[in-house]
Design a protein around this ligand. Structure first.
Ligand code: NDP
Ligand code: OXD
Length: 303
C-alpha cells in the first residue's frame, strides 16, 4: 500500500516524516510512484492527468480546504474526495476576516487614499453595534469567522443552504432577508455551480446602499465587472478581496489600482504541512478502519 504526494516537495518532506512515524508500513512517495497499482491515496492540489494509472485509488486528498480545483464529475466513481482540515486554516481565516472586517468598518481604504494624497481629514467612526455584518457560508470557516468577530459587538448574521443555529448569530436561509440587513458582507462559500458568480449586480443591489464586501471564498464567485460598477456608483463603498479570477489578475486590471479596493494574493490561509499531514494520517487511518473519514466531501453537492 502506498501514498503518492504530488504537491510542493519541501512540504512533502514534512508529510513523509510524519508518515514514517505514524504509518510506517505504508510507502510514501513524492512526485511519482514506482508501482502505480500500490497507490491507494493521492495527496495533491490538482488532479494528475495520469490518474487512471492508479487503479486501486481509494481517496484523493486536497492539500487545501477547497476541492473546486478537482473536476468531481470526472473522477472515477469509487474514489472518495477529502478536503484539508487542519486547525491552522480556520485560525488564519479568523485573523484575515478580523483584519478585513475592521479595515472596512474603520474606513481604511479611504484613509489609505487620503494618505497617498497628503490629506489629513477625520471621518466619523461608526459604532460596531451599528454595522451589521453578514457571513455567507456557515461551514468551518464561516463559523470560525463569526466567532472571531463576536467580541467586537457587530450585529451578526449568517446565510447557508440549510437552517443553522449559532449562538449570537441570526441565521438565514432566505438570501433576500439576509442581504437587506447586511452592511458588511463576508463571502466564505465553497465554489459550486450554485455559487459561481453569486456575487453579481443583482446581489449587490439587494444590499443596503454603501455596503462593504470581504471576499475570501473563490474568485469565480465574483462578477468582477459588477463589483467595479457597484463601487463606482457607490452601491458598494469598499472591498477587501483575497481571491480573484484569474489569479493573479492581468496587469492593468482596474481592481489592482481601484481606490476602494484592498487586494491580497490569496493568502487568507495557508495549510501548515505538519498539521496537514496529521489530518491526512487521520483520514487514511479512518479509511483503513472503515470509519467515517474526516473531511470527506459529498461529491454530488460539491463541498
Ligand atoms: P464548508 O464545506 O465547511 O462550509 C460550506 C458552507 O457553505 C456551508 O455552510 C454550506 O451550507 C454553505 N453553502 C454551500 N453552498 C451553498 C449554497 N449554494 N447556498 C447557500 N449556502 C451554501 O466549507 P469551509 O468553511 O471549510 O470553506 C469554504 C470555502 O472557503 C472553501 O470551499 C474555499 O473555497 C474557501 N477557502 C478560501 C481560503 C483562502 O485562503 N481564501 C482558504 C480556505 C478555504 P450548509 O451548511 O447548508 O451545507
Ligand atoms: C484552500 C485555500 O482551499 O487556500 O485551502 O484557498
Amino acid at each position: 500500500m502506498a501514498v503518492l504526494y504530488l504537491s510542493d516537495p519541501e512540504r512533502g518532506a514534512v508529510f513523509r516524516a510524519a508518515f514514517a512515524v505514524a504509518l510506517p508500513h505504508i510507502a510514501f512517495h513524492i512526485g511519482n510512484a514506482p508501482d502505480p497499482l500500490a497507490v491507494r491515496w493521492v495527496i495533491t492540489w490538482t488532479v494528475p492527468t495520469d490518474l487512471a494509472r492508479y487503479r486501486n485509488l481509494q481517496l484523493i486528498i486536497s492539500v487545501g480546504a477547497g476541492v473546486d480545483q478537482f473536476d468531481l464529475a470526472a473522477l472515477p466513481p469509487g474514489v472518495g474526495v477529502v478536503r484539508m482540515l487542519e486547525p491552522g486554516i480556520p485560525q488564519q481565516m479568523q485573523e484575515y476576516i478580523t483584519l478585513a472586517t475592521l479595515a472596512l468598518h474603520r474606513d481604511l481604504p479611504a484613509y489609505l487614499g487620503q494618505q497617498r494624497a497628503g490629506v489629513w481629514k477625520a471621518g466619523r467612526n461608526l459604532p460596531a453595534a451599528e454595522r451589521r455584518v453578514g457571513v455567507m457560508g456557515l461551514g468551518q470557516l464561516g463559523r470560525a469567522a463569526l466567532a472571531a468577530l463576536r467580541p467586537f459587538g457587530f450585529p451578526l448574521a449568517g446565510w447557508a443552504r440549510s437552517a443553522q443555529q449559532i449562538e449570537g448569530v441570526d441565521c438565514f436561509t432566505d438570501l433576500d432577508v439576509f442581504l437587506a440587513r447586511t452592511d458588511l458582507l463576508i463571502c466564505l462559500l465553497p465554489l459550486t455551480p450554485e455559487t459561481e458568480n453569486i456575487l453579481d449586480a443583482k446581489l449587490f443591489a439587494r444590499l443596503p446602499h454603501g455596503a462593504r464586501l470581504v471576499h475570501a471564498g473563490r474568485g469565480r464567485q465574483l462578477d468582477h465587472d459588477a463589483l467595479i460598477a457597484a463601487l463606482n456608483t457607490g452601491q458598494l463603498s469598499a472591498t477587501v478581496l483575497d481571491v480573484t479570477a484569474p489569479e493573479p489578475l492581468p496587469q492593468g486590471h482596474p481592481l489592482w489600482s481601484h481606490p476602494q479596493v484592498i487586494l491580497t494574493p490569496h493568502i487568507a490561509c495557508q495549510t501548515r504541512p505538519g498539521d496537514g499531514a496529521l489530518h491526512v494520517i487521520a483520514a487514511i487511518r479512518a479509511d483503513l478502519a472503515g470509519d467515517a473519514i474526516p473531511g470527506l466531501v459529498d461529491r454530488t453537492r460539491g463541498y
